[in-house]
Design a protein around this ligand. Structure first.
Ligand code: DGY
Length: 322
């Protein structure tokens, strides 16, 4: 490898990460504020020793094939459904993600969406801005009091645990379902009860999806799931969009099968299912779970540390290969 390896960063990330990389490598950063096209990604990868990419970059056999000099790939995200990890491992290439540094940011946004959906904060804000508020009224914007409601966490890992901790001030009993393995801390510290999916759906007053996207979680929340949920239930998703069948969610929200939703992720980003944006009982944000200064800088530094370790031939701090 040359003394200054070539690193490709597929979209500008915060400076602390770029600074770190530039101390050790010649760094090419996508100059445009958009994802690289597949062709652009493969062209850049052809001469790269290391690549740092986004959840929108498909890191699969075709990518690895196009990158003969590659020593490793670092995802600028905790979710890694965009990476074919077994394929990377088969080729002896390390790949990594950015856990922990965005846990609190994402949990805080999930709780924010929950409050916003429960109390119709966005719709109420819109009325104020419209200049059409007629003054206080006993029947206006009646929402759900969260305190004491049962919080269901689907796919509890680090983010689900952080969310459960945030909910302590609201005295919410916790039920859980899914996840790679039962989260002992969630059970011991917060008294969470693990339930089978059907019971979980029927028991929770509010459900927060914090699961990764896997073949098992894809469309876990479909028409049948909404039919099992309480008509007063609120659903929040800060995991990955395809965990929800979004067209079925639009139907469920429109027909009052569930009460409300707060979404930060979508099945076909950046598009939304037809009809979703017209619904009053949904709060929608543009995939900003990790969008705090602290989290995004932390992700940049961790992803850079991962990539530099790969170039050095040492194990990256948050390696995904088994
Ligand atoms: C992730 O990290 O997986 C988020 O979706 C983006 O920060």
């Amino acid at each position: 490898m040359p003394s200054r390896p070539r690193i490709v960063v597929t979209r500008a990330i915060p400076e602390p990460g770029l600074d770190l990389l530039r101390r050790h490598a010649a760094v090419w950063v996508n100059p445009e504020d958009r994802p690289l096209t597949r062709d652009e990604l493969l062209t850049q990868a052809a001469t790269a020793h290391g690549v740092m990419g986004l959840l929108t970059d498909r890191i699969d056999a075709g990518f690895f094939e196009a990158a003969p000099l590659l020593r490793g790939y670092a995802n600028y995200a905790v979710g890694y459904d965009n990476i074919d990890v077994p394929e990377a491992t088969r080729r002896g290439l390390p790949v990594s993600n950015t856990p922990d540094v965005l846990t609190l940011a994402t949990a805080e946004l999930a709780f924010g969406l929950l409050l916003a959906a429960a109390r119709q904060i966005v719709a109420a804000d819109a009325v104020m801005r419209s200049g059409n508020w007629p003054g206080w009224g006993p029947l206006q914007f009646i929402g759900t009091q969260l305190t004491g409601r049962t919080l269901g966490i689907f796919g509890p890992g680090r983010i689900g645990l952080a969310l459960a901790r945030l909910s302590r001030g609201f005295d919410m009993p916790i039920v859980a379902c899914g996840g790679r393995k039962p989260n002992d801390t969630l059970v011991r510290e917060l008294g969470a009860r693990y339930l089978p999916f059907e019971d979980f759906l029927a028991t929770a007053d509010v459900i927060a999806i914090t699961a990764p996207l896997t073949p098992q979680t894809r469309h876990a929340f479909d028409a049948a799931a909404f039919a099992r949920m309480k008509p007063t239930a609120i659903l929040v998703n800060t995991g990955r969009g395809p965990i929800i069948d979004e067209a079925a969610l639009v139907t469920a929200l429109a027909h009052g099968q569930i009460a409300a939703a707060g979404l930060d992720v979508y099945e076909f980003e950046p598009r939304m299912a037809e009809g979703l944006a017209a619904l009053k009982n949904v709060v929608i944000t543009p995939h900003i779970g990790s969008a705090t200064r602290t989290a995004r800088d932390g992700m940049a530094v961790l992803a850079a540390q991962n990539l530099l370790a790969m170039l050095d031939g040492t194990t990256p701090p948050t390696c995904l290969n088994p």
